[in-house]
Design a binder for this molecule. Structure first.
Ligand SMILES: N[C@@H](CCC(=O)N[C@@H](CS)C(=O)NCC(=O)O)C(=O)O
Length: 205
């Protein structure tokens, strides 16, 4: 999909710092990309608004986030981050193996995010007691494979934004595990100190 404008515009639901969109928003902030935001109330009018967005070509599926970026419209939040990473020439691994690790952790995140979305109104016992334990263990082990603080060591990649944000969302819905793996404590501490992220956290706390 194409757009005439070269301005970056972020389209998402008006649900604060929850959901898939915030992963893209954090990434844009970190990268220092200027953007404007269009937020849609997630209420009884949303199905109609979603249909209009489809008709306008802002989203193919009726779902958001959608990003107008350099004359194109990007949807599907993880492919959006991959596109931006390639465009910026940073936020990805360098070797084929590193890129694979980043993609693999992003894929675990996609499963985790789907389960989080199904559970965020009323978390099931299975999500609270089994799923989260599994995801924090699996992802914690990936992060423990380097000295950290990020997935690939000292270089931040697009998967770090997704993992930070799903942990943040679990904290907000009271579903974060009691004992975070040490590798993820180290990661969260470092991530929150990143210049543009720290400023964002201060603004929205
Ligand atoms: N595969 C899409 C999924 C997008 C998606 O499910 N977005 C949710 C918000 S996080 C949405 O638009 N929900 C509104 C609806 O279900 O109508 C992505 O990764 O961006």
């Amino acid at each position: 999909m194409s757009t005439q404008s070269s301005q970056t515009v972020y389209h998402y639901l008006d649900i604060g710092r929850l959901g898939r969109g915030e992963v893209v928003r954090l990434f844009l902030k970190d990268a220092g990309i200027e953007f404007s935001e269009v937020r849609y109330p997630y209420d009884e009018n949303w199905p109609q608004v979603s249909k209009q967005l489809q008709e306008q070509g802002i989203t193919r599926t009726g779902l958001v986030p959608a990003l107008e970026y350099k004359g194109k419209i990007l949807t599907q939040h993880i492919p959006t981050l991959r596109y931006l990473s390639r465009d910026l020439g940073r936020y990805d691994g360098e070797t084929s193996w590193e890129k694979y690790i980043v993609d693999a952790v992003a894929d675990v995140y996609i499963d985790w995010r789907s389960e989080w979305v199904s559970n965020f109104m009323q978390p099931s016992e299975k999500y609270k007691n089994e799923s989260t334990a599994k995801y924090y263990d699996v992802v914690g082990k990936y992060y423990a494979e380097t000295e950290g603080p990020y997935l690939l060591g000292d270089k931040v990649t697009y998967a770090d934004f997704a993992i930070y944000q799903i942990m943040d969302n679990d904290r907000r819905t009271g579903t974060i595990v009691a004992n975070l793996p040490e590798s993820l404590v180290r990661f969260t501490d470092a991530f929150e100190k990143r210049e543009n992220i720290a400023a964002l956290i201060r603004e929205t706390k």
